[in-house]
Design a protein around this ligand. Structure first.
Ligand SMILES: *Cc1c(COP(=O)(O)O)cnc(C)c1O
Length: 355
Protein backbone atom coordinates (compact mmCIF):
# COMPACT_ATOMS: atom_id res chain seq x y z
CA UNK A 1 0.00 0.00 0.00
CA UNK A 2 1.37 3.39 -1.01
CA UNK A 3 0.19 6.39 0.95
CA UNK A 4 -1.21 8.93 0.52
CA UNK A 5 -3.70 7.36 -1.79
CA UNK A 6 -7.00 8.32 -3.31
CA UNK A 7 -9.46 5.46 -3.55
CA UNK A 8 -11.77 5.83 -6.53
CA UNK A 9 -15.01 3.87 -6.45
CA UNK A 10 -15.80 3.43 -10.13
CA UNK A 11 -19.21 1.86 -9.47
CA UNK A 12 -20.30 4.95 -7.54
CA UNK A 13 -19.23 7.18 -10.43
CA UNK A 14 -21.30 5.11 -12.85
CA UNK A 15 -24.26 5.28 -10.44
CA UNK A 16 -23.91 9.07 -10.18
CA UNK A 17 -24.07 9.36 -13.96
CA UNK A 18 -27.26 7.31 -13.94
CA UNK A 19 -28.79 9.55 -11.25
CA UNK A 20 -27.98 12.68 -13.29
CA UNK A 21 -29.25 11.18 -16.53
CA UNK A 22 -32.53 10.35 -14.78
CA UNK A 23 -32.81 14.03 -13.82
CA UNK A 24 -31.82 15.30 -17.28
CA UNK A 25 -33.47 12.96 -19.75
CA UNK A 26 -37.11 13.88 -19.05
CA UNK A 27 -36.13 17.37 -20.20
CA UNK A 28 -34.22 16.10 -23.25
CA UNK A 29 -30.96 17.37 -21.80
CA UNK A 30 -27.86 15.52 -22.92
CA UNK A 31 -25.17 15.15 -20.25
CA UNK A 32 -21.60 15.66 -21.47
CA UNK A 33 -19.11 14.07 -19.05
CA UNK A 34 -16.37 16.45 -17.92
CA UNK A 35 -13.04 14.77 -17.17
CA UNK A 36 -10.76 17.67 -16.21
CA UNK A 37 -11.05 16.91 -12.50
CA UNK A 38 -9.05 13.73 -12.99
CA UNK A 39 -6.59 14.43 -15.81
CA UNK A 40 -8.79 12.56 -18.26
CA UNK A 41 -7.95 9.26 -16.53
CA UNK A 42 -9.40 6.61 -18.88
CA UNK A 43 -10.52 4.30 -16.03
CA UNK A 44 -12.73 7.00 -14.55
CA UNK A 45 -13.87 8.14 -17.98
CA UNK A 46 -14.85 4.53 -18.72
CA UNK A 47 -17.01 4.54 -15.56
CA UNK A 48 -18.75 7.65 -16.94
CA UNK A 49 -19.32 5.97 -20.30
CA UNK A 50 -20.69 2.88 -18.53
CA UNK A 51 -23.36 5.13 -16.99
CA UNK A 52 -24.51 6.25 -20.43
CA UNK A 53 -22.39 9.31 -21.15
CA UNK A 54 -21.95 9.71 -24.92
CA UNK A 55 -19.56 12.65 -25.16
CA UNK A 56 -16.54 13.49 -22.98
CA UNK A 57 -15.20 16.99 -22.44
CA UNK A 58 -12.04 18.45 -21.00
CA UNK A 59 -10.35 21.84 -20.75
CA UNK A 60 -6.88 20.45 -21.55
CA UNK A 61 -5.68 19.04 -24.85
CA UNK A 62 -3.25 16.76 -22.98
CA UNK A 63 -6.21 15.08 -21.28
CA UNK A 64 -8.16 14.93 -24.52
CA UNK A 65 -5.23 13.17 -26.19
CA UNK A 66 -5.38 10.45 -23.49
CA UNK A 67 -9.11 10.09 -23.99
CA UNK A 68 -8.82 9.95 -27.77
CA UNK A 69 -6.34 7.11 -27.48
CA UNK A 70 -8.48 5.17 -25.00
CA UNK A 71 -11.87 5.82 -26.65
CA UNK A 72 -11.34 6.46 -30.36
CA UNK A 73 -15.09 6.16 -31.05
CA UNK A 74 -16.26 8.63 -28.39
CA UNK A 75 -16.79 12.23 -29.51
CA UNK A 76 -14.74 14.73 -27.51
CA UNK A 77 -15.27 18.38 -26.66
CA UNK A 78 -12.71 21.05 -25.75
CA UNK A 79 -14.11 23.16 -22.89
CA UNK A 80 -11.54 25.92 -22.58
CA UNK A 81 -11.41 28.31 -25.50
CA UNK A 82 -8.69 27.04 -27.83
CA UNK A 83 -5.67 29.32 -28.10
CA UNK A 84 -4.37 30.32 -31.51
CA UNK A 85 -1.47 27.94 -30.87
CA UNK A 86 -3.91 25.06 -30.26
CA UNK A 87 -6.25 25.13 -33.23
CA UNK A 88 -4.54 22.29 -35.06
CA UNK A 89 -4.61 19.92 -32.05
CA UNK A 90 -8.16 20.98 -31.31
CA UNK A 91 -9.32 19.91 -34.74
CA UNK A 92 -7.26 16.73 -34.61
CA UNK A 93 -8.45 15.60 -31.18
CA UNK A 94 -11.99 16.88 -30.79
CA UNK A 95 -15.28 16.97 -32.65
CA UNK A 96 -16.50 20.13 -30.99
CA UNK A 97 -15.06 23.09 -29.11
CA UNK A 98 -16.42 26.05 -27.16
CA UNK A 99 -15.38 29.34 -28.77
CA UNK A 100 -15.85 33.07 -28.57
CA UNK A 101 -13.28 34.81 -30.73
CA UNK A 102 -13.11 35.65 -34.41
CA UNK A 103 -9.35 35.22 -34.88
CA UNK A 104 -9.43 31.76 -33.33
CA UNK A 105 -12.50 30.67 -35.28
CA UNK A 106 -10.84 31.75 -38.49
CA UNK A 107 -7.74 29.75 -37.57
CA UNK A 108 -9.87 26.74 -36.59
CA UNK A 109 -11.50 26.91 -40.00
CA UNK A 110 -8.08 26.88 -41.68
CA UNK A 111 -6.97 23.96 -39.51
CA UNK A 112 -10.13 22.00 -40.31
CA UNK A 113 -9.70 22.59 -44.04
CA UNK A 114 -6.08 21.47 -43.87
CA UNK A 115 -7.16 18.22 -42.23
CA UNK A 116 -10.19 17.77 -44.50
CA UNK A 117 -12.44 17.73 -41.46
CA UNK A 118 -15.48 19.57 -40.29
CA UNK A 119 -15.23 20.88 -36.75
CA UNK A 120 -18.32 21.76 -34.71
CA UNK A 121 -18.39 24.97 -32.76
CA UNK A 122 -20.49 26.15 -29.84
CA UNK A 123 -20.33 29.92 -29.44
CA UNK A 124 -20.06 30.95 -25.83
CA UNK A 125 -22.13 33.95 -24.77
CA UNK A 126 -21.32 35.82 -21.56
CA UNK A 127 -24.60 36.02 -19.65
CA UNK A 128 -22.99 37.90 -16.77
CA UNK A 129 -20.49 35.59 -15.07
CA UNK A 130 -17.65 37.53 -16.75
CA UNK A 131 -15.53 34.59 -17.72
CA UNK A 132 -15.57 33.50 -21.37
CA UNK A 133 -18.05 34.48 -24.02
CA UNK A 134 -19.03 37.16 -26.46
CA UNK A 135 -21.20 39.91 -24.99
CA UNK A 136 -24.82 39.47 -26.22
CA UNK A 137 -24.71 42.81 -28.12
CA UNK A 138 -21.89 41.58 -30.31
CA UNK A 139 -23.20 38.07 -30.97
CA UNK A 140 -25.01 38.80 -34.21
CA UNK A 141 -21.91 40.48 -35.67
CA UNK A 142 -19.77 37.46 -34.79
CA UNK A 143 -22.28 34.95 -36.17
CA UNK A 144 -22.39 36.89 -39.42
CA UNK A 145 -18.62 36.62 -39.76
CA UNK A 146 -18.27 32.96 -38.91
CA UNK A 147 -21.16 31.48 -40.89
CA UNK A 148 -19.19 31.71 -44.17
CA UNK A 149 -16.13 29.97 -42.65
CA UNK A 150 -15.52 26.65 -44.34
CA UNK A 151 -14.79 23.53 -42.33
CA UNK A 152 -16.76 24.80 -39.33
CA UNK A 153 -20.33 24.06 -38.31
CA UNK A 154 -21.98 26.47 -35.92
CA UNK A 155 -23.79 23.93 -33.77
CA UNK A 156 -25.24 26.26 -31.19
CA UNK A 157 -24.77 28.66 -28.31
CA UNK A 158 -23.44 27.97 -24.84
CA UNK A 159 -23.00 29.64 -21.51
CA UNK A 160 -20.86 29.10 -18.45
CA UNK A 161 -22.12 30.43 -15.14
CA UNK A 162 -21.19 30.16 -11.46
CA UNK A 163 -17.50 29.85 -12.31
CA UNK A 164 -15.76 33.19 -12.06
CA UNK A 165 -18.53 35.52 -10.99
CA UNK A 166 -20.54 32.94 -9.07
CA UNK A 167 -23.64 33.99 -11.05
CA UNK A 168 -26.42 31.46 -10.37
CA UNK A 169 -28.14 29.93 -13.41
CA UNK A 170 -31.78 31.01 -13.51
CA UNK A 171 -34.80 30.71 -15.77
CA UNK A 172 -34.09 34.35 -16.70
CA UNK A 173 -30.42 34.20 -17.72
CA UNK A 174 -30.80 30.82 -19.45
CA UNK A 175 -34.01 32.08 -21.03
CA UNK A 176 -32.10 35.01 -22.49
CA UNK A 177 -29.65 32.55 -24.06
CA UNK A 178 -32.57 30.68 -25.62
CA UNK A 179 -33.96 33.97 -26.94
CA UNK A 180 -30.59 34.84 -28.43
CA UNK A 181 -30.53 31.45 -30.19
CA UNK A 182 -33.98 32.03 -31.62
CA UNK A 183 -32.97 35.53 -32.72
CA UNK A 184 -29.86 34.21 -34.52
CA UNK A 185 -31.89 31.48 -36.21
CA UNK A 186 -34.37 34.05 -37.45
CA UNK A 187 -31.81 36.64 -38.51
CA UNK A 188 -29.61 34.22 -40.43
CA UNK A 189 -32.14 31.55 -41.45
CA UNK A 190 -30.10 28.85 -39.69
CA UNK A 191 -30.89 26.20 -37.14
CA UNK A 192 -28.90 25.90 -33.91
CA UNK A 193 -29.56 22.40 -32.62
CA UNK A 194 -27.54 22.68 -29.38
CA UNK A 195 -28.00 25.10 -26.51
CA UNK A 196 -25.43 24.25 -23.88
CA UNK A 197 -26.75 25.52 -20.56
CA UNK A 198 -23.72 25.33 -18.32
CA UNK A 199 -22.16 23.06 -15.73
CA UNK A 200 -23.11 21.30 -12.48
CA UNK A 201 -24.44 24.60 -11.14
CA UNK A 202 -27.42 24.23 -13.50
CA UNK A 203 -28.43 20.88 -11.97
CA UNK A 204 -30.45 22.41 -9.13
CA UNK A 205 -32.53 24.43 -11.58
CA UNK A 206 -32.98 21.34 -13.72
CA UNK A 207 -34.17 19.33 -10.69
CA UNK A 208 -36.85 21.92 -10.03
CA UNK A 209 -37.96 21.75 -13.66
CA UNK A 210 -37.10 25.40 -14.30
CA UNK A 211 -34.50 25.15 -17.05
CA UNK A 212 -35.99 26.61 -20.26
CA UNK A 213 -37.01 23.74 -22.51
CA UNK A 214 -34.71 24.53 -25.44
CA UNK A 215 -31.61 24.02 -23.28
CA UNK A 216 -30.58 20.54 -24.32
CA UNK A 217 -27.02 20.05 -23.12
CA UNK A 218 -25.18 20.36 -19.81
CA UNK A 219 -21.47 19.81 -19.27
CA UNK A 220 -21.16 17.99 -15.96
CA UNK A 221 -18.02 17.20 -13.97
CA UNK A 222 -18.51 17.91 -10.29
CA UNK A 223 -22.06 16.54 -10.25
CA UNK A 224 -20.83 13.16 -11.44
CA UNK A 225 -17.73 13.03 -9.26
CA UNK A 226 -19.20 14.48 -6.07
CA UNK A 227 -22.87 13.56 -6.47
CA UNK A 228 -23.93 17.15 -5.79
CA UNK A 229 -25.32 20.14 -7.62
CA UNK A 230 -22.90 23.05 -7.51
CA UNK A 231 -24.93 26.03 -6.27
CA UNK A 232 -25.75 24.91 -2.72
CA UNK A 233 -23.70 21.71 -2.95
CA UNK A 234 -26.72 19.61 -2.00
CA UNK A 235 -26.41 15.94 -2.67
CA UNK A 236 -28.52 14.68 -5.58
CA UNK A 237 -30.98 12.07 -4.30
CA UNK A 238 -29.54 8.60 -4.78
CA UNK A 239 -26.06 9.89 -5.69
CA UNK A 240 -22.83 9.17 -3.84
CA UNK A 241 -20.59 11.89 -2.39
CA UNK A 242 -17.88 9.44 -1.42
CA UNK A 243 -16.73 8.09 -4.77
CA UNK A 244 -13.30 9.52 -3.89
CA UNK A 245 -11.66 9.03 -0.49
CA UNK A 246 -8.19 10.23 0.40
CA UNK A 247 -6.15 8.19 2.89
CA UNK A 248 -2.91 9.18 4.60
CA UNK A 249 -0.90 8.00 7.60
CA UNK A 250 0.13 9.39 10.96
CA UNK A 251 3.87 9.94 11.37
CA UNK A 252 4.06 11.37 14.89
CA UNK A 253 1.81 11.86 17.89
CA UNK A 254 2.84 13.96 20.88
CA UNK A 255 1.23 16.00 23.59
CA UNK A 256 2.19 19.61 22.86
CA UNK A 257 0.89 23.07 23.63
CA UNK A 258 -1.45 24.75 21.12
CA UNK A 259 0.56 28.00 21.22
CA UNK A 260 3.99 27.95 19.52
CA UNK A 261 6.91 28.96 21.74
CA UNK A 262 8.79 32.08 20.62
CA UNK A 263 7.89 35.20 18.67
CA UNK A 264 5.76 34.53 15.60
CA UNK A 265 6.85 35.64 12.13
CA UNK A 266 5.89 34.39 8.68
CA UNK A 267 5.37 30.67 8.07
CA UNK A 268 6.68 28.79 5.01
CA UNK A 269 3.98 30.39 2.85
CA UNK A 270 4.51 34.01 3.88
CA UNK A 271 1.44 33.98 6.10
CA UNK A 272 1.51 35.08 9.73
CA UNK A 273 -0.31 32.25 11.46
CA UNK A 274 -2.80 32.77 14.28
CA UNK A 275 -3.29 30.42 17.19
CA UNK A 276 -5.96 29.81 19.78
CA UNK A 277 -4.64 28.68 23.17
CA UNK A 278 -6.43 25.47 24.09
CA UNK A 279 -3.71 24.27 26.43
CA UNK A 280 -1.89 21.01 25.86
CA UNK A 281 -3.44 18.69 23.26
CA UNK A 282 -2.53 15.41 21.59
CA UNK A 283 -1.32 16.39 18.14
CA UNK A 284 -0.81 14.11 15.16
CA UNK A 285 1.29 14.78 12.09
CA UNK A 286 -0.10 13.25 8.91
CA UNK A 287 2.04 12.65 5.82
CA UNK A 288 -0.09 14.88 3.64
CA UNK A 289 0.79 18.42 2.66
CA UNK A 290 -0.01 21.21 0.27
CA UNK A 291 1.93 19.42 -2.46
CA UNK A 292 -0.67 16.68 -2.24
CA UNK A 293 -3.91 18.56 -1.73
CA UNK A 294 -5.04 22.07 -0.67
CA UNK A 295 -5.81 22.00 3.06
CA UNK A 296 -9.19 23.66 2.63
CA UNK A 297 -10.16 20.87 0.24
CA UNK A 298 -10.03 18.29 3.03
CA UNK A 299 -12.88 17.08 5.22
CA UNK A 300 -11.76 14.60 7.90
CA UNK A 301 -14.22 11.71 8.01
CA UNK A 302 -13.73 11.08 11.76
CA UNK A 303 -15.45 14.08 13.35
CA UNK A 304 -13.32 13.69 16.50
CA UNK A 305 -10.20 14.82 14.63
CA UNK A 306 -9.62 18.52 13.88
CA UNK A 307 -7.23 20.05 11.37
CA UNK A 308 -4.85 22.69 12.79
CA UNK A 309 -3.04 23.48 9.58
CA UNK A 310 -0.49 22.29 7.09
CA UNK A 311 2.84 22.90 5.43
CA UNK A 312 4.18 21.55 2.12
CA UNK A 313 4.41 17.96 3.33
CA UNK A 314 2.64 17.80 6.69
CA UNK A 315 -0.89 18.11 7.99
CA UNK A 316 -1.25 18.76 11.72
CA UNK A 317 -4.38 17.47 13.43
CA UNK A 318 -5.79 17.31 16.94
CA UNK A 319 -6.32 13.67 17.87
CA UNK A 320 -7.02 14.17 21.59
CA UNK A 321 -10.58 12.85 21.29
CA UNK A 322 -9.53 9.71 19.40
CA UNK A 323 -7.30 7.78 21.81
CA UNK A 324 -6.93 4.74 19.55
CA UNK A 325 -5.28 6.80 16.79
CA UNK A 326 -1.57 6.09 16.83
CA UNK A 327 1.57 6.30 14.71
CA UNK A 328 0.82 4.34 11.54
CA UNK A 329 -2.94 4.87 11.78
CA UNK A 330 -4.55 5.75 8.46
CA UNK A 331 -6.79 8.80 8.48
CA UNK A 332 -9.51 9.16 5.83
CA UNK A 333 -10.73 12.35 4.18
CA UNK A 334 -13.62 13.36 2.01
CA UNK A 335 -12.74 16.01 -0.54
CA UNK A 336 -14.51 19.03 -1.88
CA UNK A 337 -14.07 19.75 -5.59
CA UNK A 338 -10.89 21.75 -5.01
CA UNK A 339 -9.48 18.96 -2.90
CA UNK A 340 -10.40 16.38 -5.49
CA UNK A 341 -8.72 18.38 -8.24
CA UNK A 342 -5.58 18.77 -6.13
CA UNK A 343 -5.36 15.13 -5.10
CA UNK A 344 -6.08 13.77 -8.58
CA UNK A 345 -3.48 16.01 -10.21
CA UNK A 346 -0.73 15.56 -7.58
CA UNK A 347 1.90 13.03 -8.63
CA UNK A 348 2.41 12.16 -4.94
CA UNK A 349 -1.11 10.87 -4.39
CA UNK A 350 -1.40 7.25 -5.49
CA UNK A 351 -4.58 6.29 -7.31
CA UNK A 352 -6.36 3.07 -6.38
CA UNK A 353 -9.54 1.90 -8.06
CA UNK A 354 -12.30 -0.22 -6.60
CA UNK A 355 -15.43 -1.55 -8.31
C1 LIG B 1 -15.17 22.80 -15.90
C2 LIG B 1 -16.21 23.16 -16.87
C3 LIG B 1 -17.44 22.52 -16.85
C4 LIG B 1 -17.80 21.49 -15.80
O1 LIG B 1 -18.01 22.11 -14.56
P1 LIG B 1 -18.51 21.28 -13.30
O2 LIG B 1 -18.88 22.31 -12.30
O3 LIG B 1 -17.40 20.42 -12.86
O4 LIG B 1 -19.69 20.49 -13.73
C5 LIG B 1 -18.37 22.87 -17.81
N1 LIG B 1 -18.09 23.81 -18.75
C6 LIG B 1 -16.92 24.45 -18.80
C7 LIG B 1 -16.68 25.48 -19.86
C8 LIG B 1 -15.93 24.15 -17.86
O5 LIG B 1 -14.75 24.80 -17.92
Amino acid sequence: MSLPEIVVDLTKITKNVEVIRRIAEPYNVDVVGVTKGFLGDPKIAAAMLAGGIRMLADSRLENLARLKLAFPETPLMLLRLPGLSQVDDTVALTEVSLNSTWEVLQALSQAALKRHKTHRVILMVDMGDLREGVWPDELSQLVARILPLKGLILEGLGVNLACYGGVIPTTENLGQLVELSAAMEKEFGISLPVISGGNSATLALLQSGNVPSRINQLRIGEGILQGTEAVNRHRLPGAFSDAFILRAEILEIYNKPTMPIGSIGQNAFGEIPMFLDKGWRKRGIIALGRQDVPTDGLIIRDARLKIYGSSSDHLIVDVTEAPEVTVGSVVEFDLNYGGLLGAMTSPYVHKRYIY
